[in-house]
Design a protein around this ligand. Structure first.
Ligand SMILES: NC(=O)c1ccc[n+]([C@@H]2O[C@H](COP(=O)([O-])OP(=O)(O)OC[C@H]3O[C@@H](n4cnc5c(N)ncnc54)[C@H](O)[C@@H]3O)[C@@H](O)[C@H]2O)c1
Length: 314
């Protein structure tokens, strides 16, 4: 099968591209190499993919001529490209254009193809709001520009399915970590501080936040399980993540155990829109997709720490 992966030079998109290739598919990546975080990491990811015969085309979904530049004989689109996370330095325009406008343009491109691809949208637990512990049927209450724009993108995809114009599904991911994690996220910052003897900036109160910290390969398992289950998935939303909850403080102490040293913290003001609790309710994914994430936080953090040691990209 021929598969387009958007955001392929990013964290989760690069892992999914590799897995789709390992499963025997012809994978084409797309990324605009946005400067949201260190480009050296995205370039390293793209280089690793190229060594596995996955090309990442430099295309901006917001503005480039998609019909002229993207392959047309696609069976699937996995759409990871987005302006992710909650950041004080990002503007509303960043979230709006990369999350809503880019998704709409990609849908318009997909819809006019002679053979319509199945559209897999990658969404987030931030859609639920400050507490994300619910099944997919509960009304969303996003509390950040990120959550609001990702909800809109998800609805654009599901609207196409409701109108019978394109088949598709949406996966809401919960707190993903592992090798290649974005530099703005908890564990990359923690590993960097621990290994380079810097104090770890801890947002006030965040040590008590509860999270479904989910290892990236467990997320990829769930995402690729859509293949062959298109009828079950069409028009549906699925939560993907671990049911095990850990506090940020437990995450820090797990890493301290791995590194065998104490990490100094430095208090920072709390972030607006930061979730207090996420716990993936995966009853639906378990039942319909056989989803069963297994990696413990310690196992996952050992793998991420090894990756960090071996890839000094910064
Ligand atoms: N990391 C997590 O914990 C997490 C949790 C929930 C949901 N998600 C979702 O997963 C997806 C991937 O997240 P990630 O953590 O891998 O982020 P990432 O930033 O590493 O990957 C996103 C990639 O998309 C690219 N991109 C952004 N705008 C683009 C555009 N206009 N055109 C083309 N490419 C563009 C970026 O350059 C980047 O490489 C996102 O949709 C995000 O909302 C991530």
């Amino acid at each position: 099968m021929k598969i387009l992966v958007t955001g392929a030079a990013g964290f989760i998109g690069s892992h999914t591209s590799e897995r789709l290739k390992e499963l025997g598919n012809d994978v084409v990546g797309v990324d605009n190499f946005s400067p949201y975080y260190d480009l050296a990491l995205k370039k390293l990811n793209a280089k690793t993919l190229l060594e596995k015969n996955i090309e990442v085309l430099k295309i901006d979904l917001r503005s480039d001529d998609l019909s002229g530049k993207l392959p047309k004989d696609l069976d699937y689109i996995f759409h990871f490209a987005a302006h992710p996370g909650i950041s004080n330095t990002s503007t509303f325009e960043d979230y709006f254009s990369n999350n809503i406008l880019a998704t709409q343009r990609l849908l318009e491109f997909a819809e006019q193809l002679p053979k319509k691809p199945f559209f897999v949208n990658i969404a987030t637990s931030s859609i639920y709001g400050l507490e994300a512990t619910f099944p997919e049927s509960v009304p969303p209450k996003p509390a950040s520009w990120y959550g609001v724009t990702k909800l809109a993108a998800e609805q654009l995809v599901l609207a196409k399915s409701r109108e019978n114009k394109l088949e598709g599904t949406s996966f809401r991911l919960f707190s993903v970590y592992g090798p290649r994690e974005r530099p703005d996220k908890l564990y990359t910052r923690l590993i960097d501080c621990g290994m380079n003897n810097k104090p770890f900036p801890l947002f006030e109160g965040s040590e008590k936040h509860l999270r479904s910290f989910t290892y990236v390969q467990d997320i990829v398992d769930g995402i690729v399980s859509v293949i062959g289950k298109e009828t079950v998935c069409n028009g549906e939303i699925f939560n993907l993540g671990t049911e095990t909850e850990s506090t940020t403080a437990q995450g820090i102490s797990t890493f301290e155990e791995i590194l065998q040293k104490k990490i100094e913290t430095e208090k920072k003001p709390p972030r607006d829109g930061d979730q207090s609790r996420t716990k993936a309710n995966i009853d639906k994914a378990r039942k319909l997709l056989g989803y069963n994430p297994q990696t413990s936080l310690k196992e996952g953090l050992i793998a991420q720490t090894e990756w960090f040691k071996n890839n000094i990209y910064h």
